[in-house]
Design a protein around this ligand. Structure first.
Ligand code: NAP
Length: 295
């Protein structure tokens, strides 16, 4: 198992809203960094600071002791990890492989068992805290996989997050992230309904937020996203289309466990409507447009 120091070679795949900042923290900590992203232009800032571009995920793996992936969908994870020039095809023995994408627990288990067949260790380590948490290295990181791999990965994960918890065996990180998304799904609906009600009642919404944001309803969804809604700021910190992906994974897992989660099903219905309206690349706070809080 890799014993991590600042000389440990790290590979990072997926340089979007969150991955971009996360990879930057690893580079700033002195790790030699190899990167790959579907669109090369997103790597420009990191390459300017000394990261090395690789043409495939396999090339990244061949040059790295630790590989981190932060791509979009389970299909991307599958391609990047299990594809013909993917991470598992080229990783070295004893490599530590960490998928931080929000993906399916079943895929995380499959990857872990294939990694073991390559004499590597894989962790599923999805995050919460959004674009701001990634930028400030204050993510909450929920980890599935062996305790030994978790402990080996801690020096790297501590560069990315401020709350890092081992949740259990492979897939447990992704299951925990689904708990997170289920809570958020109902919360953001509540935020939008509260603001829709305030608007209909003729209240001044910033003044409403001053009261309810400091009371029992306060939290990130209300205080941060509610404020964005009031300001008409629908730019993505977290894409609606990614949230819809998560709601689908959570519902499929709930169905498999014979669990009825009606609020989660409603959230998926509402967000599906927004994607059908072409709003999938807005932030999740754009649910307010369904309720007419803002145009
Ligand atoms: P994003 O901005 O879309 O970043 C994903 C990056 O991965 C993009 O740059 C994309 O390339 C790249 N990518 C996708 N598929 C790829 C592939 N097959 N090969 C190589 N690169 C690939 O999304 P994000 O907001 O950073 O989110 C990343 C993941 O974290 C998602 O699963 C999301 O659900 C989860 N997440 C996001 C947040 C948040 O607040 N944003 C919070 C927690 C978890 P392109 O540049 O070509 O699109």
């Amino acid at each position: 198992m890799t014993n991590i120091t600042s000389a440990t070679r790290v590979g990072f795949i997926g340089l979007g809203i969150t991955g971009q900042s996360m990879a930057g923290h690893l580079l700033a900590a002195g790790h030699p960094l190899s990167v790959y992203n579907r669109s090369r232009d997103k790597a420009a800032a990191l390459l300017g600071k000394g990261a090395v571009w690789c043409d495939t995920p396999g090339d990244v793996a061949a040059r790295s002791d630790v590989v981190i992936t932060m791509v979009g969908y389970p299909s991307d994870v599958e391609q990047v990890w299990l594809g013909p020039d993917g991470v598992l095809a080229r990783c070295s023995r004893d490599a530590l492989l960490i998928d931080m994408t929000t993906s399916s627990p079943e895929l995380a288990r499959r990857i872990a068992s294939q990694a073991a067949a390559h004499a590597c260790q894989a962790l599923d380590a999805p995050v919460s805290g959004g674009d701001v948490g990634a930028r400030e290295a204050k993510l909450s990181i929920m980890v599935g996989g062996s305790k030994e791999a978790f402990e080996a990965a801690l020096p790297i994960l501590k560069l990315l997050g401020s709350n890092i918890v081992h949740q259990g065996e492979a897939g447990a990180g992704q299951h925990t992230k689904m708990c997170n998304q289920i809570v958020i799904a109902s919360t953001i609906m509540g935020v939008c309904e509260g603001l829709a009600y305030g608007k209909a009642a003729g209240l001044d919404l910033p003044t409403v937020l001053k009261s309810i944001g400091a009371g029992a309803a306060g939290g990130v969804q209300l205080n941060v996203l509610g404020a964005k809604i009031i300001n008409g700021d629908f730019a993505p910190g977290f894409f609606i289309e990614h949230f819809l992906k998560d709601l689908g994974i959570a519902l499929a897992e709930a169905q498999r466990m014979k669990l009825d989660l009606p609020a989660l099903a409603l959230a998926r219905k509402l967000y599906t409507t927004l994607v059908e309206r072409g709003l999938g690349r807005l932030g999740t706070q754009a649910l307010a447009q369904y309720y007419g809080v803002r145009p």
